[in-house]
Design a binder for this molecule. Structure first.
Ligand code: ASP
Length: 421
């Protein structure tokens, strides 16, 4: 009996690996946006449902994975070592990012010769003080932290709980088993939500492509191009270089294994929202243990924002060029310092980096009104910086996993991305 065309279509779809389906969703989304213009907004609800569904996973997934990961380590000293390595690597990659952003803008001068006017005023933000960041880490009420989705506070509570469970040994076993089983269920739920990712990505990209026509993009094409170029350099040169030299690992596998997370980051512009997908990529495609990925990724999704740091560097110099403001060595130092702090304080949600940019501009005395110029295309810039933010987290996760002997190199080196279900 011959198959009906409908069946053939369904089978074709089923056999495609997930990353190909998501990529297809992305390309069809661009096409729909280009053909339909603003009418493509009709597909946005698909994207909204997808974003809500992955956000739904964040708190229970991060919490349970972290508790399970910590109890699995069975060694508080190891925890401390992993923490120190993670923070050091995050700071190093952010330093590279800001330097690349600054250099790219200095070389390509995207703001020179442009004649753009500023309209609306934007309110300045305060750089978060280091002491305040540290004080805010400790939740007064863990249930409140869980309910409001405060990831850093959730991490602190989960570490406390995990270490305590580890210390009480056998008495903690029943609770550990509950968390293990709960975490398993959350992984399953993630894979169910991910089956919807191609449609969600399609809806999100159709909306963006439809609403940012060429007439919006063209005047700022150069600064967008420079930010994208710097982002590509960060991923292909810095991350790949660190993986190859420090980790002695093939960077191509890292890129393949991270692809799903990168596309979801690109289309949602939220690194916190992408966290469930990043965790899945780290464990299933890149072979990082639950313990390491469950700790390094949630921390990264809140404090490691290399893409945002690149963007701060590129746009600060761009605005200075735009208004003919001569930046001194002091100013560059200031951009690096405040840009790093601002990127750490940036929430992993769409548009957060634009608001934090006001810190950098205020510090060097650039007019905040200039933010309005880039605000119009912020989503396009945001998509790139979020992908870099996520790529950086995944790279550090792989390196920390490797250094702790918690990277399964058989999985890492497997050619096919096995995320089909
Ligand atoms: N949207 C970015 C993220 O979620 C943050 C930013 O706006 O820079 O990682």
């Amino acid at each position: 009996m011959s198959e009906s065309p409908n069946n053939t279509n369904v089978n074709f779809w089923r056999r495609l690996p997930l990353w190909q389906k998501i990529l297809l969703g992305l390309l069809l989304g661009v096409l729909a946006g280009a053909l339909m213009g603003e009418k493509a907004s009709m597909f946005k609800p698909l994207g909204d449902i997808f974003i809500s569904a992955i956000k739904m996973l964040i708190v229970p997934l991060v919490f349970s994975t972290l508790v399970v990961g910590i109890t699995a380590m069975r060694d508080p000293q190891k925890m401390g070592r992993i923490g120190a390595r993670t923070i050091a690597l995050y700071l190093i990659t952010t330093a590279f990012a800001i330097a690349i952003g600054l250099l790219a803008s200095l070389i390509f001068k995207p703001g020179v010769g442009l004649n753009l006017t500023f309209d609306s005023a934007v309110e300045a933000q305060q750089a978060p003080s280091l002491v305040q960041i540290i004080v805010d880490l400790v939740p007064q009420n863990p249930i409140d932290a869980l309910a409001s989705g405060n990831i850093l506070q959730i991490i602190v509570f989960a570490i406390g709980l995990g270490v305590s469970l580890m210390l009480i040994g056998e008495k903690g076993e029943p609770v550990v088993r509950v968390f293990e089983s709960f975490a398993e269920a959350m992984y399953k739920l993630t894979s169910i939500v991910m089956a919807f990712a191609p449609f969600g990505v399609f809806g999100l990209i159709a909306f963006v492509a439809g609403n940012y026509g060429l007439e919006v993009l063209l005047p700022l094409a150069k600064v967008i191009g420079v930010a994208y170029l710097a982002s590509v350099v960060q991923v292909l040169v810095v991350y790949s270089g660190l993986l190859a030299t420090l980790g002695r690992l093939n960077p191509v596998r890292y890129l393949q294994g991270s692809l799903n997370a990168l596309i979801v980051a690109y289309s949602t512009a939220s690194s916190s929202g992408t966290l469930p997908v990043s965790l899945r990529c780290a464990q299933r495609n890149l072979g990082v243990s639950e313990g390491v990925s469950g700790f390094v990724l949630p921390v990264g999704a809140t404090i490691n924002m290399d893409g945002t740091a690149i963007y701060q560097g590129v746009v600060a110099v761009f605005i200075a060029q735009l208004i003919g403001f001569e930046l001194s060595m002091m100013d560059y130092g200031m951009i690096i310092l405040t840009g790093t702090l601002a990127s750490i304080g940036t929430a992993g949600v769409p548009g957060a980096g634009l608001i934090m940019l006001s810190i950098v501009l205020t510090q060097i005395g650039l007019p905040l009104e200039a933010l309005a110029v880039v605000a119009g295309v912020d989503r396009i810039l945001d998509m790139a910086r979020t992908s870099v933010n996520v790529a950086g987290d995944l790279m550090v996760t792989v390196l920390v996993g490797k250094s702790e002997g918690e990277l399964d190199e058989n999985i890492y080196n497997t050619k096919n991305v096995k995320q089909t279900n």
